[in-house]
Design a protein. Structure first.
Length: 185
């Protein structure tokens, strides 16, 4: 009998079955989490094929190491950490380098934006994020989409939290410039 986890998990029965190497349970877990994990990796890597590979490898690793899942966080958070770490390792292989930048002043946003075509605007923002340099995109993604704070990002990326803040500030400024330039075209 498995020890009661510290974090109540709605899929605990599946997790317990995965610990017993139940392929059906592994397939069910995969079905529940694969889209979110793929999207997490894609936002970091910007390459659909590589994101797919990383996502697959992450699931294999998670199933191999499921005994280490202690239940102190949700299973999804534990799995996402594996995906993020593997995605970042893949970026390191590309010799990703972070620039230490001074924080700059961010200009105020225009309040007169048109909400008529919100889906087009969302797609435009998504594409602009994907065009950001790797260092900017990774920090922006971890902070805005994955919900990590700068201390956690610093630990994940092995950088100083102030570097994370600086990268985020610069990424946001660069994104605003890209969107403004696009608007003026």
């Amino acid at each position: 009998m498995a020890k009661e986890p510290a974090y109540p998990n709605i899929h605990q029965d599946l997790i317990d079955r995965c610990r017993d190497s139940d392929r059906g349970a592994q397939f069910e877990i995969y079905g529940l989490y694969y889209k979110a994990m793929y999207n997490t990796s894609l936002r970091i890597l910007k390459d659909p094929g590589e994101a797919e590979d990383i996502m697959q490898e992450s699931f294999l690793s998670a199933f191999d190491k499921i005994e280490t899942y202690s239940g102190t966080v949700s299973f999804g958070a534990w799995l996402k950490k594996i995906v993020i770490n593997r995605s970042f390792d893949s970026l390191k292989k590309r010799r990703l380098s972070f620039e230490i930048l001074d924080e700059g002043v961010i200009p105020e946003r225009d309040e007169g934006s048109d909400d008529d075509d919100i889906s087009d605007r969302i797609e435009e923002i998504r594409k602009a994020i994907m065009r950001l340099p790797d260092g900017f995109r990774v920090v922006l993604t971890l902070y805005l989409f994955e919900g990590y704070d700068h201390e956690e990002i610093g630990q994940i990326l092995d950088i100083n939290p102030s570097t994370s803040r600086s990268q985020f500030t610069r990424a946001r400024k660069k994104l605003e410039e890209m969107l403004k330039n696009r608007k003026n075209e």
